[in-house]
Design a protein around this ligand. Sequence first.
Ligand code: SF4
Length: 423
Amino acid sequence: MLNACELEIDLFCRGLRVPGNVALDGARGVRRTRAGLGSGLELVIPTDSWLKREIWMNAPVVEPFARNSPYALSVGATGFEIHDQRGSLRYPVRIPQQPVWYEWETSHGTRMSEIGVLQGTYLGIYVNPVCDFWKNSLNCRFCTTGQNVGGTESAVKSVDDVVETCRAAKDESGVTFVHLNGGFQGGHSLEFVEPFVKAIKERVGLLVGVQLTPERKLARYDRLITLGVDHFSFCVELMDPEWFARICPGKARSIGQHMFFDLIEYCAGRMPRGAVSGELIAGIEPIENTIAGIEEITAAGAFPTVCVFRPTIGSDMADCPPPSYEDMRSVMAAMYDACRRNRIPIGMAPNIEVSLVVNPDDAALLAPRDGGFYRYELWRRSLKFAARPLFRRRLRPTGGSRSGVRPLKGPDPTSRSPSTYRT
Ligand code: SF4
């Protein structure tokens, strides 16, 4: 029997079949947003380990490879189960419900699910206009942003749209973290995102992460830190220069790998340890490269976020095979080990479970139980406890009140009630 993290990895690699007779009434729908990696069914895998209560993941269900998966969703006596049809093993899972606010509209009349969606327990919002790399066929080959922005998600998101969606997600779904990302905008993405950060901090009170292509003007990072950004992530994706140029041609021509690492180091030096991450995609290039990338990121004081490559429908890599379980298990075990050796405080912030990646603390379930493991886990727990007051402070709106949203129609939109938004 696989443990919860092993099952998560195997599902990322093999996908999940959802037979027609399994009703998913009320479940979060399959949503194609941002780079498209969240194209699957959101699942929660419970674990009886003291390390982690549950693991959130987004299981591939629509990609062709999932049709051959040995895993099928079924309904057992106590709820949903994943049946491994290679034998009789059954794993209990929970399917999170679709938040009520997905169907609400902002005061500008935009459906909130076209502004942002939950990816695990956090809110993901693609804030920029469509990435410039999509305009000249230099898009990353795994990405579907160019098809999603303006399609399944709104092409233009105003500050008020974003603030109202953040507020609904905080009030109704208990969200603590919003991740603002976007593609290449000719070196002006950081300026573009500033008013969003400022408004969320002042009017909502959430932890804010920013994931944009690197820019040379370091003062723009300093300014965002001053505005209250809690987290920066840098998506270098691939380590081998040839793979990088082949899979991410726009990034290779306009940015270059070095700049990602320079900025990881720069921001990690200015923010609390563990507030910066470097993102990699595992399963495209040889795993030795991915593991080398994990080492480089953690040595800089940042934590790695590692996606399992998904050949998403509509991407240029839709026909590529997904990676093997064995390879991905090795990568994720190496990720946890590198975090432990470099004393990266993973999993500190409250209620952030990312469904698109194997979270570094998910991978604690893969680690050998030796002295180093227990020392690290004890250290992480005491730090997490000590950091609680800090996060409580950072989750308060800095503007002092929840005012500022223009009440265009109906009752006061600053109230908690869902009826304050048009449905
Ligand atoms: S930088 Fe690459 S992954 Fe990001 S939006 Fe542009 S094409 Fe997609």
